[in-house]
Design a protein around this ligand. Structure first.
Ligand code: DHB
Ligand code: MG
Length: 232
């Protein structure tokens, strides 16, 4: 395998994004306002935002669950897609300062908070059981798309919750940064792996509830990749 052309990844991202993604000042603002408030520059790329919005529309998703609001950049992409069907994004964020910046960025983009995007403050593993109770009580709908982009050590826990809170057959679970976590945790590459901890990929591979794949990515940022699963 030759990877010599990877040096062009950033140029390809810039070229393709310039032709396929219309200028959107509200998205640029979400990046710049997040940076101005000290939020790390780890939001998804424009190409990834477009991909998520295409997946949302292709699947006809109406209720999206996001783990990790950050500055609301991905939230703007989801809400653009969901607007077509009157859908809603529910996004969980652990950091109240980030929640405030995300609210600013979403409102700047014309998104109604909380009607179109509801941000729930708290740690994912505290908030998810509450959301499950709300669903049981008929106060919330199940999710047909779950976007996991929060603390990497909990990817599997969020995935498991995502499947449990999903509509069922055909629901989509997308886990950002799967490849970097595999490298960081030593499942692949030189880092030392904890033999007692199975990776997300090992667990998903044994999970009869879903079919899944991992797609590696390059772009304006790092080498990385996401896991995409569909509930059976
Ligand atoms: C990084 C990238 C991400 O997409 C993320 O969610 C967290 C961290 C990073 O590059 O460090
Ligand atoms: Mg991420």
């Amino acid at each position: 395998m030759s990877t010599k052309d990877v040096i062009y990844a950033e140029a390809v991202a810039n070229y393709t994004e310039s032709h396929l993604i219309p200028a959107a000042p509200e998205l640029d603002h979400a990046y710049s306002n997040s940076t101005a408030h000290g939020i790390p520059e780890i939001a998804i790329s424009p190409a990834q935002g477009k991909f998520l919005s295409l997946l949302t529309n292709a699947s006809g998703a109406k209720n999206v669950l996001e783990l990790g609001t950050l500055g609301g950049y991905s939230g703007i992409w989801f809400s653009k897609a969901l607007k077509e069907r009157g859908g809603k994004l529910t996004s969980i964020e652990i950091d109240s300062a980030r929640l405030d910046v995300a609210t600013q960025n979403l409102e700047y983009a014309g998104v109604k908070v909380p009607e179109e995007v509801e941000i729930v403050l708290g740690a994912g593993l505290d908030v998810l059981p509450q959301i499950a109770k709300d669903i049981e009580a008929g106060k919330r709908e199940r999710f047909d798309f779950v976007f996991i982009d929060a603390d990497w050590d909990n990817q599997w826990n969020y995935f498991d919750w995502g499947v449990k809170l999903s509509m069922g057959k055909g629901s989509i679970i997308y886990v950002d940064n799967t490849v970097r976590q595999l490298l960081e945790s030593g499942s692949v590459g030189p880092n030392k792996k904890d033999p007692n901890v199975d990776s997300l990929v090992e667990k998903v591979g044994k999970d009869d509830r879903v079919e899944a794949t991992v797609i590696q990515t390059v772009g304006t940022k790092n080498f990385d990749g996401f896991l995409l699963a569909v509930v059976k």
